[in-house]
Ligand binder design. Structure first.
Ligand SMILES: [Zn+2]
Length: 191
């Protein structure tokens, strides 16, 4: 298989990094990440350009690749993404759980986003338990408001009238469970 045989759009969704391949002069070693089920390993020869394309597409936070150029010089390819970029499979799990419907205003059939209960800026993680499906308008309107304050805001009190009592209650109960959500550990601040 060649790199060009991959569907680039699939790389981010269905293909992730499962390990690292090391080689010495005699042999190569696949260091597989714990909990990964790896089978049918196939070597895909790649040019540097293909590497760069591939790295931009897969779901990894930060990767540095050093390759030897044609004249023996080292070429460095670096891809950095902030963790704010939420893995698509996490987003889709949240949308599915919320029935593809905005948890704040009850609208569906419009573009959705995921909204952090504990704000990203307050070390809230991008995991299902900390995310709710929200239409763009509500997400933008909430901005950096704390979740508990948001539920008391005139805007939310108005749009949430369209929610079923069950969902409205579920939103309120979440206030009490926010402290159970593990915060993100400190991360590198210098970029
Ligand atoms: Zn909404």
């Amino acid at each position: 298989m060649k790199f060009s045989d991959f569907n680039l759009l699939d790389l981010g969704n269905s293909i992730g990094v499962t390990g690292v391949l090391f080689s010495d002069n005699n042999k190569s070693y696949a260091w597989v990440l714990p909990d990964q089920d790896v089978h049918n390993i196939e070597i895909v020869p790649m040019t540097i350009e293909e590497w760069k394309k591939g790295l931009l597409q897969v779901d990894v936070q930060e990767v540095e690749i050093f390759t030897k150029g044609p004249n023996g010089e080292f070429i460095k390819s670096v891809v950095r993404k902030t963790q704010r970029i939420i893995e698509q499979r996490v987003s889709w799990a949240v949308y599915k759980r919320d029935n593809y419907t905005c948890r704040y205003c009850g609208r569906d059939g419009i573009p959705m986003t995921v909204d952090h209960l504990v704000l990203w800026e307050k070390q809230g993680p991008s995991v299902e338990a900390n995310l709710l499906t929200s239409c763009r308008k509500d997400n933008k309107t909430r901005g950096n408001m704390e979740y508990a304050d948001w539920l008391k805001s005139p805007y939310y009190l108005k749009v949430s009238q369209n929610l079923s009592p069950v969902i409205r209650r579920a939103n309120e109960i979440l206030v009490e469970t926010l402290s159970n959500i593990p915060l993100r550990q400190s991360e590198r601040t210098s970029r």
